[in-house]
Design a protein around this ligand. Sequence first.
Ligand SMILES: [Zn+2]
Length: 472
Amino acid sequence: MPSRRSLSSRSASFFVVVAALFGAGVLGGHIGGCASPPATPTAPTAPQNVAAPTAGLATGAQPNLLFILVDTLRADALGVYGQDKPTSPRIDAFAAGAVVYAHAWTQYTWTSPSYVSFMTSRYARTHGWDYPLTKHDTWRTLDDQAPMLAQVLSGAGYATNAQFSQPNLRKDLAFDKGFDTFTRGAEVGAVRGAVAAIGKWKADPKPNFLYVHLMAPHVPLKPTEASRTAVGAAPIDTQVSYAHWATASAADKATRLEEFRGIYLASVRDADTSVGAILDALDASGLAGETAVVLTSDHGELLGEHDQIGHAGTTAEALTHVPLVLRAPGLAPRREAAPASLIDIAPTLAALAGAPAPAAWQGRSLLAGTTSPLIAERDGQLSVSDGVWKLTEDRLTGRFLAAYDLSKDPSEATALTAEDPAGKDAIAGLAAAADAFRARLPDGENTGVAPTMGASEKAKQVEELKALGYVE
Ligand SMILES: [Zn+2]
């Protein structure tokens, strides 16, 4: 069995990373329009009560790892994140015994790039699944520059299996690297598959890693009558998609939006029921005490914020803010205020498995403290946040687009201006962090990895990136 890494030595690296991101660089370059002397860095909240993660296991034992992802699940759709409708009784009960990361962000707000990010612990600008900057090469085969989580766990002795209903997890594009089985079915089939897989763990001499990817809150929505009734959503006979709101007349817009929101929340409750069935199987297996469970989403969903619904094209908070809940043997339940990123999941699970994190991974184990700030990209936007303040810039030019105080305005209803004194220093710190991020990981680096496009297309793309100043 691999030996476990020292948690205390990893804790120290957290502060080094924070210092590197916040302490260097020019502050104020994006607010007020020009470079200015360094301001006081904004330090994130340090993690508290970080317990030894495997206290409930025998020395050297590797826990089973159950990774459940509910597609298109915004954090505030769950009770544990403040939802007042009864959308998530099972997830809320699970979260009561787990670490709940209050400020968790996806790194990209669309399924495929997000999956690649959290499975290879890399930002999209590095792994190249990054639409539309690499618009000639969107559906690319996954590169080999960083091992996927399943490969690392397989190498550490794990049986690795996936059960999912999301069609964008593409075997033909190598999304299955490291998985012993990679099984797509209908939503109910994925749940049954997960339940059946967990039922076999007791007899398996290997530790198990199971990835489950559910789709209920993703359009088209057709929640069960039980869930629709439970959350008080309007009765809708057909499947509901974005057209329900987008094609409404001006007079009907508000009503249609409320209907869509209700149907979405009812669908979240269906996902909650599925998660409950999987957790029941884990309890029935008798292995819950020696299994780490992580629950999250690949991105959220706009439900009227910025006058949009869906998850296209931006780094809006409704899309970046996702639930992240971790229950692991020996890990004390708590609410964690320190920012957490989805690219931290793979290093966290690898640490629990006693497997060294590959050098190419860009996240850090949550067990040792999270890196900060949060960074998300989508199309032309780059956003940075410390969990309270959020800055969105033009990704290509670094130009200031908007800033928000998420503690008072989580739906981003009122953008702060560049001249607004509220949070100016904190946001200047985020601008410096964005500069440091760009300097550390220049955009366009991904053009060098395993292209699936033809040589002429690639040459054209490189020329475009040169013209933008991203490649020498
Ligand atoms: Zn998705």
